[in-house]
Design a binder for this molecule. Structure first.
Ligand code: UDP
Length: 344
């Protein structure tokens, strides 16, 4: 049995590939290298000789996706391949719908057309599907109304609806699929061994931006909004370590039953403010950098953190990394060794 990891050369996908290889699974990773890194695949292949197949292809190339499934006897798909910048989705909505929605349909069509139809599917969804949750829904449970405020959030919500209909059709046809939708909060940190890590161009995420400033690669860090209704006036987010996130995928793959689609939030259940991220980064790195208070970034909800009760009671998931310093520490080790990402 082989697991297909779409977007396998990306930040989160490559951590999934690494974990599955460590667990002894056969893995085929597929990536179009638009934002993924062939170098990550090379490093993981070297670390696990003969266990990883890497296919450079776009998920919208249905023929190639189907051939990959048939060639390798794919039983499970972890679908990470997507565009994932909220701001970019506002200026390039069609690109986002093409990659994230049409791309998903292409992969699902291949799942059905495969010689042995795919039996398990784990989908990367997002807390962006909730938009701005009402104050009485924070921490955010899975029952929170889903009302995205960005094209990116909509692509993920459309994805969830498509998947539910797909799973229902499969069940009606007597071939139920085990479907899990994982709604990620803010993913952070790097592989604890330091082999692979986070390398985005452009980099806009809070923790990598602050670490780049600590390395002197940026002259300053902007705080986007200091007048939010939060204790220190800056936005609060739930930062889940990438290895804990992947643990949720592995548990979903093992535990979710065919025919009953499941959705879980993945976040540690604790929020940290932008100022807390900056303070913790100063402590971890022992470096100083310039901070500039800036206006709010459009579309940023003041406070988002997870109610993790459902995933912990139903899947037995528990974050191993709950200390912000530790999470930032794993990312710092990677950035120190690879200030230019995979190019260095
Ligand atoms: N943020 C910031 N400065 C930056 C990048 C991010 O103040 O240079 C804030 C952003 O406004 C948000 C939080 O940090 O409140 C997390 O942003 P990120 O882009 O990492 O993730 P998002 O929550 O948008 O998915």
């Amino acid at each position: 049995m082989t697991v297909l990891v779409t977007g396998g050369a990306g930040y989160i996908g490559s951590h999934a590939v690494q974990r599955l290889l460590r667990d002894g699974e056969r893995v085929v990773a597929l990536d179009n290298e638009f934002r993924g890194h062939a170098k990550a695949m090379q490093l993981l292949s070297q670390a696990h000789p003969g266990k990883l197949t890497y296919v450079k292809a776009d998920i919208n190339d249905r023929t190639k996706v189907l051939a990959t499934m048939d060639d390798h006897g794919v039983h499970t798909v972890m679908h990470f391949a997507a565009l994932a910048y909220v701001g970019e989705s506002v200026s390039q909505p069609l690109n986002y719908y093409h990659n994230n929605v049409s791309g998903l349909i292409s992969v699902l069509a291949a799942c059905d057309a495969a010689r042995v139809p795919v039996q398990k599917f784990v989908f990367s969804s997002s807390c962006a599907t909730y938009g701005q949750p009402p104050a009485n829904m924070i921490p955010v449970p899975e029952t929170c109304p889903q009302s995205p405020v960005s094209p990116y959030g909509w692509t993920k919500l459309h994805g969830e609806h498509i998947l539910r209909d797909f799973a229902a059709a499969r069940a009606n046809a007597g071939n139920p699929i085990a479907l899990t939708m994982l709604r990620y909060f803010n993913v952070a940190g790097s592989d604890h061994t330091g082999l692979i890590g986070e390398d985005h161009t452009p980099e806009t995420h809070m923790i990598p931006v602050v670490l780049q400033a600590a390395l002197g690669l940026r002259s300053e860090v902007g705080i986007f909004g200091t007048d939010y209704p939060t204790p220190d006036g800056t936005c609060i987010r739930d930062y889940v370590h990438v290895e804990d996130l992947i643990d949720a995928h592995v548990l979903a793959m093992a535990k979710v039953k065919p025919g009953t689609p499941a959705a879980y939030n993945v976040g540690i259940g604790k929020g940290y403010s932008v100022r807390e991220i900056i303070d913790a980064t100063r402590k971890v790195t022992d470096r100083q950098f310039k901070i500039v208070e800036q206006p709010r970034r459009p579309g940023d909800p003041p406070m988002l953190y997870n109610d993790s009760r459902k995933i912990s009671s139903e899947l037995g998931w528990k974050a191993k990394f709950t200390d912000l310093h530790e999470i930032i520490g794993t990312a710092w080790r990677w950035f120190q060794k690879h200030p230019q990402g995979y190019r260095s």
